[in-house]
Ligand binder design. Sequence first.
Ligand code: 3PY
Ligand code: MG
Length: 262
Amino acid sequence: MRPNAIKRMLADGKTVLNGWCAIPNSYSAELMSHAGFDSVTIDLQHGPVDFRDAVPMLQAISTTNCTPMVRVPWNEPGIVMKLLDAGAMGVICPMINTREEAEAFVSYGRYAPDGQRSNGPNRTMQYNGADYQPNANKEILLFAMIETTKALDNLDEILKVPGLDGTYIGPTDLSLTMGKPPLLDPTDAGVLEAMRTICDKTRKAGLIAGVHTDGPKSAAKRFKEGFQLCTLLNDARILLTGAQNFVKEARGEAPTAAAKGY
Ligand code: 3PY
Ligand code: MG
């Protein structure tokens, strides 16, 4: 089976820079996967991407060595299994708040005896190889999003779930549940402390600490704090930021940092 490149990078102590696709299009996914990211994640939770968009996007990412990942809309078996069959090699699942929810998520992503994933690896077997089924459980990465105070309270139990590979912080949802403004690069001391706790506990449990960021500066900051996988904006915001700054430059105006959005 094709090795999951970022799994090996992380095992070797390297950090992973992840691209994020919110535009429901295979050409933009292809561009993102040629930009130098280690992995590219298609977001089916927020924004306009649905399953029919995701399949050609996964095919586009397959033109490169980037690890193809997805964020599923919710912790539901059908969509996790369909996206794995379509070729995703990593799944980020939003709003995992309890050990039971983490156990259910992991069970959807693993074949028996480790889980309850149904057999039918259409497309992923062509992409990954004929020996996909016996090797899929150890190559696919499963990340639980920790993005509420409830998840924070249950973090120790969530981290004990066998088969879970890592956590992924959603800074804006975490901020909201702490009564703070939904910032991707939070400034509130309590939210920052919670993010550090999640990172430290995840790493102590031997799992991968991932986080969504607000761009290159905040990603660099998070890597320094110990996060191993950071996402850099999304394709829509990168496009908008680049376009806005070209327009500003042509008009002799100062550039802006990053376009607003998630
Ligand atoms: C959050 O900030 O809550 C996220 O889910 C980021 O995508
Ligand atoms: Mg979120």
